[in-house]
Design a protein around this ligand. Structure first.
Ligand code: 2AM
Ligand code: CA
Length: 270
């Protein structure tokens, strides 16, 4: 059966490669940029174009499969039964618009809620993070080792979205400040999919975020499972493939330490 998912992964990689070319080519032209939930939540015509390109290919080649995408696809899907593709056509749209760098195409294939294939394509660096359930995770053609032993917070570099360090309704910024001060350092790349892939390959020791959607992390979850990294919500549950979640990903010992900061502190409402 894993041969089947390996083939699905190889097929998806070809489509993502073509979608990546579309994104690179678009950087030469001026973009049509709009906002969604708030003035900082950007979307471009390329988000829609790439999502449609991938959705059409999935429909043509895998007629029994369902698709959820960040922009349009699968709004009516309420169950993870069967095979579900979860797509973010551009993860890190703000980076795509402002930096023309540090953005990814993220594609996951999930069967009955279990991740089977994960692809995070770091477009401008041309880096492929791929994984098939039970077959390990890869960075380009190099197999990533499983968890690289324990690490404590004072030795750890943590990825997070800097916005959560400011006072706001969902977080208790004081406990986040405390956690940041105890860590070796923090990084904020502005793309959850790449940040999770960086945890899988050891460039980050952990990653935390509030309010992510399944398309931001579904592919990352497959990569992380194959590299022995623990991923849960702040409450210790498995992240949902259909709803927004908090996400805490780290090597097991660090995950425990971070949980004590995030869960045991009062004031987190999301
Ligand atoms: P996106 O670029 O696909 O929207 C930024 O730290 C990370 O959070 C990105 O992965 C971004 O995904 C994600 N994100 C989720 N919800 C967001 C929102 N409402 N506004 C901006 N970024 C969001
Ligand atoms: Ca997106």
């Amino acid at each position: 059966m894993s041969e089947y998912w390996e083939n699905v992964k190889n097929t998806a990689v070809k489509w993502v490669e073509e979608a990546g070319r579309m994104l690179k080519d678009s950087l030469h032209d001026s973009l049509d940029i709009q906002t969604k939930s708030n003035p900082n939540d950007l979307v471009t015509e390329m988000d829609y174009k790439v999502e449609r390109y991938l959705t059409e290919r999935i429909e043509q080649n895998f007629p029994g499969h369902k698709t959820i995408g960040e922009e349009e696809a699968g709004r009516n899907i309420a169950s993870t039964e069967g095979v579900l593709w979860i797509i973010d056509p551009i993860d890190g749209t703000t980076n795509f618009v402002h930096q023309k760098y540090n953005f990814a195409i993220s594609v996951a294939v999930v069967e009955n809620g279990h991740g089977k294939v994960g692809i995070v394509y770091n477009v401008m660096q041309d880096e492929w993070f791929t994984a098939v359930d039970g077959r390990g995770a890869y960075l380009n053609d190099k197999k990533l080792p499983e968890t690289c032993g324990p690490v404590s917070l004072p030795e750890a570099v943590i990825g997070l979205n800097g916005r959560w360090l400011a006072r706001e309704t969902r977080s208790d910024e004081a406990s986040l400040h405390h956690m940041v001060r105890r860590s070796r350092s923090v990084r904020s790349y502005g793309t959850a999919a790449i940040e999770l892939a960086f945890v899988a390959c050891g460039r980050l020791d952990g990653y935390i975020s509030f309010r992510l959607s399944p398309w931001d992390y579904a592919a990352g979850l497959v990569l992380l499972k194959e590299t022995g990294i623990t991923v849960t919500t702040f409450q210790g549950d498995s992240p949902s493939m259909l709803q927004q979640n908090t996400i805490l990903a780290a090597r097991p010992t660090l995950h425990e330490e971070l949980t004590s900061y995030l869960y045991n502190h009062k004031g987190f409402t999301y």
